[in-house]
Ligand binder design. Structure first.
Ligand SMILES: Cc1cc2nc3c(=O)[nH]c(=O)nc-3n(C[C@H](O)[C@H](O)[C@H](O)COP(=O)(O)OP(=O)(O)OC[C@H]3O[C@@H](n4cnc5c(N)ncnc54)[C@H](O)[C@@H]3O)c2cc1C
Length: 396
């Protein structure tokens, strides 16, 4: 660890100790949506002002241009003190920002990225009822009429859409040739007439995502990222961020929270049980491996050496480690630990509320592309194995 990184660590630690809202977990457990939104907005504003919300942004933006070592220090310290997760701004800070950095015109980048720093919430409108894993099968249709696209269709599973100001929207503008060739990428203002958002209630009692219904929604052509019918390439930037970059932070979080398992083992009176010790060791190894895989990805990305499929390796590994972590937590918590307890909003994936954490860990095997699809990408694009046959169907 260099002297400069150690200095940064002390700065970040000092700032977090002075600023993390005390007792935020108690305040955010089973709280109202208004309380959740207000708390997230407040914490986001503070993190942006301190420069710790955007270490992965380019250097010309406040807080950006941090090296891998510096980014890790920030994430480690956030995990160490157990600060709230910026779930309301997750899409804005990562998926949207990284897509804009690669694809927006200078004018678009200036306006949209500044909007994010000012607190705008973004959501991602990719999935549809019949187009998730097979994303290119999407049917939401956009017809160009002069300076606007008129959009009709439906999106689903859109994280935080019920609070969002803007949406990263994939629409169909063409039907000739391969299905990937007729897709366009638009930025949609969520206040445009014709948009209806309906939150989806989850098994955990949370409403993390929503459906979006689009009825003759007019989106200016000036809001397009990349060229018409070239949106598939733009979407790959969003997916690479979703599958790789975000998991650098979340893997560090999981490592910072390993103490919850040792704590649970002690509470269960099983700290000296050799079987539990072995299982703890296995989980700790998986969590370290998840951090290493994510670090390796970020190293390549910073060096401009990212390959297609690299992000899928991170995306495949993290949920396995998270599942092992939460499963062991469930086991240690025993029968009484499985009694339903309220969800903590903004509480990350390792809250010590084991039933909720365990159920949430499965979401990570689906969000951003399911495990099976990541395996397909790795086998075809990284290992160069034969491609999956077209018109794949489950037998029986
Ligand atoms: C917590 C969470 C947050 C999300 N947030 C967003 C968001 O903000 N915006 C957004 O647009 N979407 C979001 N999603 C949706 C997510 O991207 C999709 O759920 C995902 O891509 C899977 O698509 P699907 O649900 O249509 O499943 P399906 O495609 O119907 O898949 C069902 C099953 O079949 C398997 N399968 C399908 N095709 C193949 C194949 N070719 N080979 C092998 N197996 C296959 C899948 O792996 C899966 O197990 C989110 C999902 C979750 C869980």
């Amino acid at each position: 660890m260099s002297e400069a990184t150690e200095t940064l660590r002390q700065e970040v630690r000092g700032w977090l100790e002075a600023n993390v809202p005390p007792n935020w977990r108690e305040a955010m457990t089973g709280c109202s949506q208004d309380a959740f939104v207000a708390a997230q907005r407040d914490w986001f504003g503070k993190m942006v002002a301190a420069g710790y919300a955007t270490p992965h942004w380019p250097a010309q933006w406040p807080g950006g241009g941090r090296s891998l070592a510096e980014q890790k220090v920030i994430y480690e310290e956030i995990a160490r003190i157990d600060a709230p997760r910026l779930i309301l701004y997750f899409v804005s800070l990562y998926h949207a920002a990284m897509t804009l950095v690669e694809w927006a015109s200078p004018e678009q980048a200036k306006a949209y990225l500044q909007g994010i720093l000012d607190g705008e919430i973004w959501c991602q409108g990719f999935s549809e009822p019949n187009a998730g894993s097979d994303l290119a099968a999407l049917k939401t249709r956009a017809e160009r009429k002069g300076d606007v696209y008129v959009v009709n269709g439906q999106k689903i599973w859109s994280t935080m859409a019920q609070y969002a100001d803007k949406c990263l929207l994939l629409v169909r503008t063409g039907s000739d040739g391969p299905k990937q060739a007729g897709i366009t990428f638009l930025v949609m203002d969520m206040n445009t007439p014709g948009i209806t958002v309906r939150p989806i209630e989850q098994i955990t009692d949370d409403e993390e995502f929503a459906e979006i219904f689009l009825d003759d929604v007019e989106i200016p052509v000036a809001n397009r990222l990349g060229e018409e019918n070239q949106g598939w390439a733009v979407a790959q930037s969003t997916l690479a961020s979703e599958r790789g970059l975000t998991l650098v932070e979340l893997s560090q979080r999981m490592r910072g929270m390993l103490w919850r398992l040792t704590d649970a083992a002690a509470k269960a009176g099983r700290a000296d049980d050799p079987i539990i010790q072995r299982e703890l060791g296995e989980v700790a190894n998986m969590v370290s491996a998840s951090c290493a895989v994510a670090d390796n990805y970020l190293k390549r990305r910073i060096a401009g050496e990212e390959r297609i499929g690299d992000a899928s390796i991170v995306k495949l590994y993290y949920p396995r480690a998270l599942r092992a972590y939460t499963s062991l937590g469930m086991k240690l918590a025993g029968a009484t630990g499985q009694i339903h307890a309220p969800f903590t909003a903004g509480g990350s994936q390792e809250t010590g509320n084991w039933p909720v954490d365990f159920m949430n860990s499965y979401a990570w095997s689906i969000a951003g592309g399911s495990d099976e699809v990541q395996r397909n990408i790795i086998s075809e694009r990284v290992l160069e194995m034969p491609r999956e046959p077209k018109n794949w169907k489950v037998e029986g």
